[in-house]
Design a protein around this ligand. Structure first.
Ligand code: ZN
Length: 278
C-alpha cells in the first residue's frame, strides 16, 4: 500500500501538525518550520518538540519532511540573500534533527536569466557548506521546478549536475508531479512516464528520489507556470495519477499532497482509491 500524506499546518504549535495529520488520515507529512515568506526563524521550546515526537510516534507518522521557506535562493548574487538562504537551511536541518525529519525539501532558486552554468558552481558550494555545517543524517532535498523565471531545477540535467558536484549521501531529490508536467515532462501516458523516469535515472539516479509531491496541474504541459490543482481535476488527470500510483519504481516512496487544506483529505482518498484498483 502506498504511503500517502499531505502538507499540514503547524499553526498554534508544532505538535498540532500531528493532530491535523491524524484528522485527515495522512500517514506521512510535510510541514514548514517557520512562516515561509519571512527570513525569521523560530526557536521551538524543547517541550513542544518532545510533544511533537511523542504524538508522532503514537500516530506512527513517517516520514516527516520540512519544506524550506520560499525566499531561499542559493543562486543569488546578493550576499545578504545568499547568506540568509544558507543560514535558513542550516537552521531547518537542525530543527529537522530534533524532530526526526527525513530532510528539508527546498527550491534551489533563480539565476535570473543568467543561465544555469553561471550559477551552478556557487549553488553546489552553498549546498556543500550547509551539509558541512550540520550533523546527522538529515537530507537536503532538491525539488524540481516548473521552470519560470530562471528557477533552477526544471530539468533533471540541472539537478543531476548539482547532485554529482556535491556528491553527498545527504543530498536527495523530491519530484513534484505538477512541476514536472509544467516544465514539459508528459507523465500522462505509460510511455511518457517511462521516458521521464528513465531520464531521471540517467541524469540523477532513481536511488536519490526520496519523495513525490503529488499535485495535479492547473496549467497545460510545458506551461512553465506553477499552479497546483486537486488530484484528477487538472491537466494530469486521473489517468496520469493512476499510472503514477501503480509504477513499481515509485511504490516505496511517500506521496505528499500539497493542495489547500480542506481538499487534501479528498485528494488523498482519490490517490488511495486509484492505487487500490486499476
Ligand atoms: Zn511541491
Amino acid at each position: 500500500m502506498l504511503n500517502i500524506g499531505a502538507h499540514v499546518s503547524i499553526a498554534g504549535s508544532l505538535d498540532l501538525a500531528i493532530d491535523r495529520a491524524v484528522d485527515i488520515g495522512a500517514s506521512c507529512i510535510q510541514i514548514f518550520g517557520s512562516a515561509p515568506q519571512q527570513w525569521q526563524s523560530v526557536i521551538y521550546p524543547l517541550e513542544q518538540i518532545g510533544e511533537f515526537n511523542r504524538k508522532r510516534e503514537e500516530a506512527r507518522i513517517a516520514p516527516v519532511f520540512l519544506h524550506a521557506i520560499y525566499l531561499i535562493n542559493l543562486a543569488s548574487e546578493n550576499h545578504f540573500i545568499l547568506g540568509s538562504s544558507i543560514a535558513s537551511l542550516v537552521q531547518y536541518l537542525k530543527l529537522g534533527k530534533l524532530i526526526g525529519a527525513e530532510g528539508v525539501i527546498f527550491h534551489v532558486g533563480s539565476h535570473r536569466g543568467k543561465g544555469f552554468k553561471s550559477a551552478a558552481g556557487q549553488v553546489a558550494e552553498a549546498i556543500s557548506q550547509i551539509l558541512a555545517q550540520t550533523e546527522g543524517s538529515g537530507k537536503l532535498i532538491i525539488e524540481n521546478s516548473a521552470g519560470a523565471g530562471g528557477i533552477i531545477g526544471s530539468n533533471f540535467a540541472e539537478i543531476g549536475f548539482l547532485v554529482k558536484a556535491v556528491s553527498s549521501p545527504r543530498l536527495a531529490v523530491c519530484l513534484d508531479t505538477a512541476h514536472a508536467f509544467e516544465s514539459g515532462y508528459d507523465l500522462r501516458t505509460k510511455s511518457g512516464l517511462d521516458k521521464m523516469l528513465k531520464e531521471f535515472d540517467k541524469q540523477i539516479g532513481l536511488e536519490k528520489l526520496v519523495a513525490i509531491h503529488a499535485n495535479d496541474s492547473k496549467t497545460p504541459l510545458g506551461s512553465n507556470r506553477d499552479r497546483h490543482e486537486n488530484i484528477g481535476e487538472g491537466y494530469i488527470g486521473l489517468k496520469g495519477f493512476r499510472l503514477l500510483t501503480h509504477d513499481s519504481r515509485l511504490a516505496s516512496l511517500p506521496f505528499i499532497i500539497e493542495t489547500p487544506p480542506g481538499s487534501d483529505k479528498d485528494d488523498m482518498e482519490t490517490l488511495r482509491s486509484l492505487s487500490a484498483h486499476w
